[in-house]
Design a protein around this ligand. Sequence first.
Ligand code: PLP
Length: 358
Amino acid sequence: MRVCNFSAGPGVLPEKVLQRVQAEMLDYGGTGMSVAEMSHRSKPFEEIVNRTVALFKELMNIPDDYYVLLLQGGASLQFEAVPLNLLKNGKADYVVTGNFAKKAYKEAQKYGDIACVASSEDKDFTYIPALSRDMFRRDADYVHITSNNTIYGTRYTQFPDTGGIPLVCDMSSNILSEEMDVSKFGLIYAGAQKNIAPAGLTVVIVRKDLCDNPLPICPTMLRYSTHGKKNSLYNTPPCFSIYVAMLVLEWLKEMGGVKEIQKINCEKAQILYDFIDNSKLYKNPVRKEDRSIMNVPFVTGSHELDEKFVKEAKDYGIVSIKGHRSVGGMRASIYNAMPIEGVKKLIEFMKKFELENA
Ligand SMILES: *Cc1c(COP(=O)(O)O)cnc(C)c1O
Protein backbone atom coordinates (compact mmCIF):
# COMPACT_ATOMS: atom_id res chain seq x y z
CA MET A 1 0.00 0.00 0.00
CA ARG A 2 1.21 3.52 -0.82
CA VAL A 3 1.82 5.75 2.18
CA CYS A 4 1.36 9.52 2.56
CA ASN A 5 4.94 10.60 1.99
CA PHE A 6 5.89 14.04 3.30
CA SER A 7 9.61 13.63 2.58
CA ALA A 8 11.58 16.84 2.00
CA GLY A 9 13.63 15.14 -0.70
CA PRO A 10 13.81 12.95 -2.60
CA GLY A 11 10.10 13.60 -2.49
CA VAL A 12 6.86 12.06 -3.61
CA LEU A 13 6.26 11.58 -7.35
CA PRO A 14 2.88 11.57 -9.09
CA GLU A 15 1.38 8.09 -8.94
CA LYS A 16 0.36 8.28 -12.59
CA VAL A 17 3.97 8.91 -13.55
CA LEU A 18 5.21 5.92 -11.54
CA GLN A 19 2.62 3.72 -13.24
CA ARG A 20 3.73 4.93 -16.64
CA VAL A 21 7.38 4.24 -15.75
CA GLN A 22 6.36 0.76 -14.66
CA ALA A 23 4.45 0.13 -17.87
CA GLU A 24 7.41 1.26 -19.98
CA MET A 25 10.10 -0.43 -17.92
CA LEU A 26 10.74 -3.35 -20.26
CA ASP A 27 9.91 -1.68 -23.55
CA TYR A 28 10.03 2.08 -24.03
CA GLY A 29 8.02 3.15 -27.06
CA GLY A 30 8.61 -0.04 -29.03
CA THR A 31 12.40 0.07 -28.65
CA GLY A 32 12.42 -3.26 -26.81
CA MET A 33 14.43 -1.78 -23.94
CA SER A 34 14.15 0.45 -20.90
CA VAL A 35 15.33 4.06 -21.04
CA ALA A 36 17.81 2.96 -18.35
CA GLU A 37 19.53 0.74 -20.93
CA MET A 38 19.50 3.10 -23.87
CA SER A 39 22.40 4.91 -25.52
CA HIS A 40 22.29 8.61 -24.76
CA ARG A 41 23.23 9.11 -28.43
CA SER A 42 20.18 7.21 -29.68
CA LYS A 43 17.32 8.90 -31.47
CA PRO A 44 14.66 8.00 -28.87
CA PHE A 45 16.79 9.43 -26.08
CA GLU A 46 17.61 12.58 -27.98
CA GLU A 47 13.86 13.04 -28.38
CA ILE A 48 13.42 12.65 -24.62
CA VAL A 49 15.98 15.43 -23.99
CA ASN A 50 14.37 17.72 -26.55
CA ARG A 51 10.89 17.09 -25.21
CA THR A 52 12.00 17.71 -21.62
CA VAL A 53 13.66 21.00 -22.53
CA ALA A 54 10.63 22.05 -24.60
CA LEU A 55 8.30 21.27 -21.68
CA PHE A 56 10.42 23.32 -19.26
CA LYS A 57 10.34 26.23 -21.71
CA GLU A 58 6.61 25.97 -22.17
CA LEU A 59 5.65 25.47 -18.52
CA MET A 60 7.99 28.16 -17.16
CA ASN A 61 7.71 30.50 -20.12
CA ILE A 62 11.49 30.59 -20.57
CA PRO A 63 12.74 33.14 -23.13
CA ASP A 64 14.87 31.94 -26.07
CA ASP A 65 18.06 33.56 -24.85
CA TYR A 66 18.28 31.05 -21.98
CA TYR A 67 19.82 27.61 -21.92
CA VAL A 68 17.93 24.84 -20.14
CA LEU A 69 20.69 22.48 -18.98
CA LEU A 70 20.14 18.95 -17.67
CA LEU A 71 23.14 18.28 -15.44
CA GLN A 72 24.37 16.16 -12.53
CA GLY A 73 25.96 16.93 -9.18
CA GLY A 74 22.93 18.28 -7.33
CA ALA A 75 22.17 21.82 -6.32
CA SER A 76 25.29 21.61 -4.14
CA LEU A 77 27.61 21.45 -7.15
CA GLN A 78 25.97 24.64 -8.39
CA PHE A 79 27.25 26.36 -5.23
CA GLU A 80 30.64 26.06 -7.01
CA ALA A 81 29.58 26.28 -10.64
CA VAL A 82 27.79 29.61 -10.19
CA PRO A 83 30.84 31.59 -9.00
CA LEU A 84 33.17 29.70 -11.37
CA ASN A 85 31.08 30.77 -14.36
CA LEU A 86 29.62 34.09 -13.32
CA LEU A 87 32.40 35.93 -11.48
CA LYS A 88 33.84 38.40 -13.97
CA ASN A 89 34.71 41.33 -11.65
CA GLY A 90 35.34 38.88 -8.82
CA LYS A 91 32.48 40.15 -6.62
CA ALA A 92 29.13 38.67 -5.68
CA ASP A 93 26.46 39.37 -3.03
CA TYR A 94 24.62 36.66 -1.14
CA VAL A 95 21.46 36.64 0.94
CA VAL A 96 21.66 34.01 3.68
CA THR A 97 18.22 32.65 4.56
CA GLY A 98 19.05 29.09 5.61
CA ASN A 99 21.52 26.21 5.65
CA PHE A 100 21.73 25.81 1.89
CA ALA A 101 22.05 29.55 1.30
CA LYS A 102 24.89 29.60 3.81
CA LYS A 103 26.64 26.72 2.10
CA ALA A 104 26.35 28.48 -1.25
CA TYR A 105 27.80 31.65 0.33
CA LYS A 106 30.69 29.74 1.90
CA GLU A 107 31.63 27.84 -1.25
CA ALA A 108 31.67 31.02 -3.33
CA GLN A 109 34.20 32.59 -0.96
CA LYS A 110 36.89 30.39 -2.48
CA TYR A 111 36.60 32.24 -5.75
CA GLY A 112 36.27 35.95 -5.04
CA ASP A 113 35.15 38.83 -2.88
CA ILE A 114 31.84 37.49 -1.64
CA ALA A 115 29.59 39.53 0.67
CA CYS A 116 26.65 38.51 2.80
CA VAL A 117 24.35 41.48 2.29
CA ALA A 118 21.50 40.22 4.48
CA SER A 119 20.79 37.26 6.72
CA SER A 120 17.92 35.98 8.83
CA GLU A 121 20.10 33.86 11.07
CA ASP A 122 19.47 36.25 14.00
CA LYS A 123 15.98 34.75 14.28
CA ASP A 124 16.77 31.16 13.34
CA PHE A 125 15.92 31.77 9.68
CA THR A 126 12.22 32.24 10.41
CA TYR A 127 11.79 35.15 7.98
CA ILE A 128 13.01 36.61 4.70
CA PRO A 129 14.98 39.84 5.20
CA ALA A 130 13.82 43.00 3.45
CA LEU A 131 16.02 43.73 0.44
CA SER A 132 16.48 46.93 -1.50
CA ARG A 133 18.57 47.91 -4.45
CA ASP A 134 21.04 50.02 -2.44
CA MET A 135 22.08 46.97 -0.39
CA PHE A 136 23.86 45.42 -3.37
CA ARG A 137 27.30 46.44 -4.56
CA ARG A 138 27.03 48.13 -7.93
CA ASP A 139 29.93 46.18 -9.38
CA ALA A 140 28.79 42.79 -8.08
CA ASP A 141 28.61 40.16 -10.82
CA TYR A 142 25.46 38.66 -9.38
CA VAL A 143 23.17 38.49 -6.37
CA HIS A 144 22.40 35.01 -5.00
CA ILE A 145 19.17 34.09 -3.21
CA THR A 146 17.32 30.90 -2.22
CA SER A 147 13.66 31.20 -3.23
CA ASN A 148 12.36 28.57 -0.81
CA ASN A 149 14.15 27.48 2.34
CA THR A 150 13.39 23.79 2.59
CA ILE A 151 14.49 23.28 6.19
CA TYR A 152 12.95 26.42 7.72
CA GLY A 153 9.80 26.70 5.62
CA THR A 154 10.22 30.25 4.35
CA ARG A 155 9.85 31.63 0.85
CA TYR A 156 10.23 34.85 -1.08
CA THR A 157 6.86 36.21 -2.13
CA GLN A 158 8.59 38.89 -4.15
CA PHE A 159 12.05 38.97 -5.62
CA PRO A 160 14.53 41.79 -4.99
CA ASP A 161 15.15 44.59 -7.42
CA THR A 162 18.88 44.33 -7.98
CA GLY A 163 19.13 47.33 -10.28
CA GLY A 164 20.20 45.22 -13.23
CA ILE A 165 22.69 42.94 -11.46
CA PRO A 166 21.91 39.35 -12.56
CA LEU A 167 19.80 37.56 -9.95
CA VAL A 168 20.83 33.95 -9.29
CA CYS A 169 18.35 31.71 -7.51
CA ASP A 170 18.53 28.30 -5.89
CA MET A 171 14.98 27.14 -6.65
CA SER A 172 15.46 23.50 -5.66
CA SER A 173 12.42 23.18 -3.45
CA ASN A 174 9.87 25.37 -5.19
CA ILE A 175 10.62 25.35 -8.90
CA LEU A 176 7.38 24.82 -10.87
CA SER A 177 5.24 25.27 -7.75
CA GLU A 178 4.09 28.81 -8.54
CA GLU A 179 4.33 31.19 -11.46
CA MET A 180 7.61 33.07 -11.69
CA ASP A 181 8.96 35.44 -14.29
CA VAL A 182 12.14 33.73 -15.52
CA SER A 183 13.26 36.87 -17.37
CA LYS A 184 13.88 38.50 -13.97
CA PHE A 185 16.64 35.98 -13.27
CA GLY A 186 20.10 35.58 -14.73
CA LEU A 187 20.26 31.99 -13.55
CA ILE A 188 17.97 29.50 -11.82
CA TYR A 189 19.13 26.12 -10.56
CA ALA A 190 17.37 23.22 -8.89
CA GLY A 191 18.13 19.70 -7.80
CA ALA A 192 15.32 17.65 -9.38
CA GLN A 193 14.52 15.44 -6.41
CA LYS A 194 12.03 17.78 -4.73
CA ASN A 195 9.57 18.77 -7.42
CA ILE A 196 10.69 17.29 -10.72
CA ALA A 197 12.17 13.79 -10.81
CA PRO A 198 14.21 11.17 -8.94
CA ALA A 199 17.62 12.32 -7.68
CA GLY A 200 20.49 12.58 -10.14
CA LEU A 201 19.31 15.45 -12.30
CA THR A 202 20.07 19.12 -11.72
CA VAL A 203 18.34 21.69 -13.87
CA VAL A 204 20.08 24.97 -14.70
CA ILE A 205 18.26 27.73 -16.55
CA VAL A 206 20.77 30.39 -17.48
CA ARG A 207 20.89 33.45 -19.71
CA LYS A 208 23.28 32.53 -22.52
CA ASP A 209 25.36 35.73 -22.39
CA LEU A 210 26.29 35.02 -18.75
CA CYS A 211 28.03 31.80 -19.82
CA ASP A 212 30.85 33.59 -21.67
CA ASN A 213 34.22 33.98 -19.97
CA PRO A 214 34.08 31.67 -16.97
CA LEU A 215 37.05 31.83 -14.57
CA PRO A 216 40.06 30.15 -16.22
CA ILE A 217 40.16 27.52 -13.44
CA CYS A 218 36.54 26.52 -14.13
CA PRO A 219 36.61 22.81 -15.07
CA THR A 220 35.25 21.92 -18.50
CA MET A 221 32.48 19.85 -16.92
CA LEU A 222 31.33 22.79 -14.80
CA ARG A 223 31.21 25.26 -17.68
CA TYR A 224 27.65 26.04 -18.66
CA SER A 225 28.81 26.67 -22.23
CA THR A 226 30.15 23.10 -22.47
CA HIS A 227 26.69 21.68 -21.90
CA GLY A 228 24.75 24.50 -23.54
CA LYS A 229 26.53 24.03 -26.86
CA LYS A 230 25.91 20.27 -26.79
CA ASN A 231 22.24 20.29 -25.76
CA SER A 232 23.20 18.63 -22.42
CA LEU A 233 24.75 15.71 -24.32
CA TYR A 234 28.44 16.59 -23.89
CA ASN A 235 28.82 13.44 -21.80
CA THR A 236 26.35 10.87 -20.47
CA PRO A 237 23.56 12.80 -18.74
CA PRO A 238 21.36 11.31 -15.97
CA CYS A 239 19.21 9.60 -18.61
CA PHE A 240 16.63 7.83 -16.49
CA SER A 241 16.02 10.82 -14.26
CA ILE A 242 15.57 13.04 -17.34
CA TYR A 243 13.02 10.58 -18.69
CA VAL A 244 11.01 10.66 -15.45
CA ALA A 245 11.30 14.47 -15.43
CA MET A 246 9.74 14.48 -18.90
CA LEU A 247 6.82 12.39 -17.63
CA VAL A 248 6.37 14.64 -14.56
CA LEU A 249 6.32 17.73 -16.79
CA GLU A 250 3.74 16.05 -19.08
CA TRP A 251 1.68 15.33 -15.97
CA LEU A 252 1.99 18.93 -14.83
CA LYS A 253 0.93 20.16 -18.26
CA GLU A 254 -2.13 17.91 -18.14
CA MET A 255 -2.97 19.31 -14.71
CA GLY A 256 -3.19 22.75 -16.33
CA GLY A 257 0.41 23.85 -15.88
CA VAL A 258 2.06 25.97 -13.18
CA LYS A 259 -0.90 28.34 -12.87
CA GLU A 260 -3.25 25.52 -11.89
CA ILE A 261 -0.81 23.67 -9.64
CA GLN A 262 -0.15 26.97 -7.85
CA LYS A 263 -3.84 27.21 -6.93
CA ILE A 264 -3.78 23.67 -5.57
CA ASN A 265 -0.52 24.29 -3.71
CA CYS A 266 -1.90 27.44 -2.11
CA GLU A 267 -5.02 25.61 -1.01
CA LYS A 268 -3.00 22.72 0.43
CA ALA A 269 -0.78 25.10 2.38
CA GLN A 270 -3.69 27.26 3.48
CA ILE A 271 -5.69 24.45 5.06
CA LEU A 272 -2.62 23.17 6.87
CA TYR A 273 -1.51 26.59 8.19
CA ASP A 274 -5.09 27.44 9.18
CA PHE A 275 -5.34 24.24 11.13
CA ILE A 276 -1.97 24.83 12.86
CA ASP A 277 -2.81 28.46 13.71
CA ASN A 278 -6.16 27.45 15.21
CA SER A 279 -4.84 24.54 17.21
CA LYS A 280 -3.65 24.77 20.80
CA LEU A 281 -1.00 22.12 20.39
CA TYR A 282 0.86 22.93 17.16
CA LYS A 283 2.90 25.97 16.23
CA ASN A 284 4.61 27.14 13.06
CA PRO A 285 7.49 29.52 13.93
CA VAL A 286 7.69 31.33 10.57
CA ARG A 287 6.63 34.95 10.03
CA LYS A 288 3.26 34.64 8.35
CA GLU A 289 3.98 36.63 5.21
CA ASP A 290 7.10 34.55 4.48
CA ARG A 291 5.60 31.10 4.87
CA SER A 292 6.51 28.46 2.32
CA ILE A 293 3.79 26.69 0.40
CA MET A 294 6.08 23.66 -0.09
CA ASN A 295 7.60 22.92 3.34
CA VAL A 296 5.56 23.40 6.50
CA PRO A 297 7.49 22.94 9.76
CA PHE A 298 5.57 22.68 13.04
CA VAL A 299 6.24 21.76 16.67
CA THR A 300 4.24 20.78 19.73
CA GLY A 301 6.67 22.48 22.11
CA SER A 302 7.68 19.17 23.70
CA HIS A 303 10.41 16.88 22.36
CA GLU A 304 8.66 13.82 23.78
CA LEU A 305 5.36 14.71 22.12
CA ASP A 306 7.10 15.45 18.82
CA GLU A 307 8.69 12.02 18.89
CA LYS A 308 5.40 10.40 19.77
CA PHE A 309 3.75 12.26 16.91
CA VAL A 310 6.27 11.01 14.36
CA LYS A 311 5.96 7.44 15.62
CA GLU A 312 2.16 7.32 15.71
CA ALA A 313 1.87 9.10 12.37
CA LYS A 314 3.75 6.20 10.83
CA ASP A 315 1.15 3.73 12.09
CA TYR A 316 -1.43 5.98 10.42
CA GLY A 317 0.33 5.74 7.05
CA ILE A 318 2.01 9.16 7.29
CA VAL A 319 5.79 8.97 6.82
CA SER A 320 8.90 11.19 6.60
CA ILE A 321 7.24 13.87 8.68
CA LYS A 322 10.15 14.37 11.09
CA GLY A 323 11.67 17.85 10.97
CA HIS A 324 15.25 18.47 9.87
CA ARG A 325 17.76 17.68 12.62
CA SER A 326 18.76 21.34 12.89
CA VAL A 327 15.18 22.45 13.62
CA GLY A 328 13.52 19.44 15.27
CA GLY A 329 9.76 18.94 15.47
CA MET A 330 7.91 18.00 12.31
CA ARG A 331 7.93 19.15 8.72
CA ALA A 332 5.36 18.37 6.08
CA SER A 333 6.77 18.77 2.58
CA ILE A 334 3.79 19.21 0.31
CA TYR A 335 5.34 19.31 -3.14
CA ASN A 336 3.38 19.39 -6.40
CA ALA A 337 2.90 15.62 -6.39
CA MET A 338 1.28 15.56 -2.92
CA PRO A 339 -2.46 15.51 -3.54
CA ILE A 340 -4.77 17.59 -1.32
CA GLU A 341 -6.20 14.32 0.05
CA GLY A 342 -2.78 13.63 1.58
CA VAL A 343 -2.81 16.98 3.39
CA LYS A 344 -6.36 16.34 4.59
CA LYS A 345 -5.31 12.98 5.94
CA LEU A 346 -2.42 14.64 7.80
CA ILE A 347 -4.78 17.21 9.35
CA GLU A 348 -7.14 14.41 10.36
CA PHE A 349 -4.28 12.69 12.17
CA MET A 350 -3.11 15.95 13.76
CA LYS A 351 -6.62 16.50 15.14
CA LYS A 352 -6.81 13.00 16.54
CA PHE A 353 -3.35 13.33 18.10
CA GLU A 354 -4.23 16.67 19.68
CA LEU A 355 -7.39 15.28 21.22
CA GLU A 356 -5.57 12.27 22.62
CA ASN A 357 -2.73 14.35 24.04
CA ALA A 358 -4.54 17.45 25.28
C1 PLP B 1 17.77 20.03 -1.27
C2 PLP B 1 18.33 21.37 -1.49
C3 PLP B 1 19.68 21.57 -1.82
C4 PLP B 1 20.66 20.43 -1.93
O1 PLP B 1 20.43 19.75 -3.08
P1 PLP B 1 21.39 18.55 -3.57
O2 PLP B 1 20.79 18.21 -4.88
O3 PLP B 1 21.28 17.48 -2.53
O4 PLP B 1 22.77 19.07 -3.67
C5 PLP B 1 20.11 22.86 -2.05
N1 PLP B 1 19.28 23.91 -1.94
C6 PLP B 1 17.98 23.76 -1.59
C7 PLP B 1 17.11 24.96 -1.48
C8 PLP B 1 17.47 22.49 -1.35
O5 PLP B 1 16.18 22.34 -1.00
